[in-house]
Design a binder for this molecule. Sequence first.
Ligand code: 3HC
Length: 704
Amino acid sequence: MSEKPLVRFDIEDGIGVITIDNPPVNALGPGVSDGIIAAVEQGENDPRVKAMVLMGAGRSFIAGADIRQFGKPRPTPARRSYDVIDQTSKPIVAAIHGFALGGGLEHALACHYRIAVPSAKVGLPEVLIGILPGGGGTQRLPRLIGPKAAMELIVSGRHVPAPEAKQLGIIDELVEGTDLRREAISYAQRIADRRPLPRVRDMNDKIAQAQADPGMFEAMRKSIARKARNQQAPYHCIAAVEASTREPFEEGLKTERRLFGELENADEAKALRYAFFAEREVTKIPGQSKDMVIPEIKTAAVIGAGTMGGGIAMSFADFGFPVKILDVTPEAVEKGMQRIRDNYAISVKRGSLKQEEMEKRLPRIQAVDSFEAIADCDVVVEAVFEEMSVKKPVFAKLDAVMKPGALLLTNSSALDIDEIATVTKRPEAVAGAHFFSPANVMKLLEVVVGEKSAPSTIAGAMKMGRSIGKISAYAGNTDGFVANRSRAPFNTEMVLMVEEGALPEQVDKVMVDFGYPMGPFAVGDLAGLDIGAASRRRRAAADPNYRKLPIPDRLVELGRYGQKTGAGWYRYEKGDRTPHPDPAVKRIIEEVAQQMGIQQRAFTDEEILRRLLFASVNEACKILEEGKALRASDVDVMWLHGFGFPRYRGGLFFWADQIGPKEVYRQIEEWHQRYGARWKPADLLQRLAERGGSFREATAEVAG
Ligand code: 3HC
């Protein structure tokens, strides 16, 4: 059987149509660029062909270079398809649908005309995988739309909707109608005889912008300084665009290639590529039958109109789903609705949401006053008070009223899903849907599997998450599930280090320097210290050996709940969220440490970082070996999207792999000797240290 060609060429009405057919997204994998070159040459040499069209089969134009090839040795091509397209004597029209990203858009920029369907998206997102556009994008885009706009697109990596791309001048024409091929052929016929060919490389008018605004590159560097700290790619992107304004086209291409070469194998790019694929792996649940019918979600309900419930309702509304919200009293629902209105209004005020958009979203959320009113919803997410005695009656009621086939999900962050399911006659329909706070912002959704949850329930909950913009990750039903359980030792160690002499501001600085947007103590103040204190009280009551944390307990006793009371680990000025180190806290720490008989000492930054993250690596190893997470990379995705772990460090395990299991084990064993049982190394960690291998490969080892 002959293999389907990756690139097809056929002639219709005098137009040579080049079609890339490399599913699923027409990435420029091995053979595709050569196929494009061959097709362009065929069109060039065939006298019947007046002009050509470049388009993609299936769901997209071209999603870019094949990311799997990066970091591997590749032969330098004798000719690049971009140059061959650019240099033809016959015009080529890029006809875009789906995505034209990275090398995809760069091919379109090398074409002489670009048309697109309105739903298409274009962009140069290379920076998001730690590189820069290496197919001429940093030199052509500034010539086409001006260096400032080009820099904004390249440094942000954002996907630009076709209508905006038209306004910017990336797209020449938007085509209506359903037959893009037909439209492209008639467009190509219209421009077939126009000469000279509009080659982007020759367009130098807009480059002059840079002369008029010489500070633009420096201003851009300054504006990204905080977000892009520790990263190289965003700065290289700026440098490459800057080169387009200073160097002739061919020289600029050389600069682009040199800068690209500096990035491709750097740790940053490796980590970001890993994160890209980890986010796609996390959606896959092994062993699921292809024929399984996944429940379709069109309508949703949320029980509990508190902060979490409100955020969950907003998540549905934000993605177009009608959602009903219920609480015990009409006043409670109204209070929740008011909070939702306020949250949207704040977004409008800040400029992150358009007024019209808010007006579309708000009516999708409907306050209701009875369980009967939600009975026909496809999914219900319970977000009531985190107490088994409160949740169980809710599930009994849901079981009584909800239509057959509805998904019954709990947003519990710690309670046993199986116990919740016992009060229903349909435990197969029950699972956890653990959102992270604020629920409408944080992208992680842990889908927690109960013993009796049906595979279709899990698949339905995972799909629901994706349809409301979340990254759904499968988690076993273990105390704290996967994300919070792996994070818990970090939360304890940060306080224990303070008992031993580190200051909150030192710990926070180490973690911000590492790449977190905020330090963990500042985050604690934001969330409210009373919440942690209450949960510690509950745990201490249940477990006589529970290690209390007297310092935060003392802060809470003193009414220092965090930002909301103007003081917590830090002090705050009225109306300002900036944390200020507080000598009063230092005194409290010293007093408590003295009462506990702990000798305070100095900490190095390295020790702080390792103690926090190794504690979690060890716990995450235990979670993996218990089979509560499917893959090491799933844990990494949870840390990226649940806890703000810096993406350019890949994730908890990816980061630990750079240090190596052997060294992680050595350090943990040393602390085990010094601090006792809480640092007992996980068996998996010990095995990896002794036998070699990486944390990431450990998944297969555990599964196999
Ligand atoms: N290379 C290799 N594989 C890719 C790919 C790429 N550029 N883009 C997508 N894929 C794969 C995914 O891994 C996934 O594989 P799987 O089914 O085995 O898990 C499959 O294609 C489908 O992808 P998604 O699940 O992400 O599909 P969506 O429809 O949700 O999203 C997309 C489509 C927006 C195109 C998204 O896949 C995406 O953002 N892709 C990457 C785009 C990108 O970064 N392009 C630039 C590449 S670098 C470059 O071009 C360098 C150049 O300058 C020289």
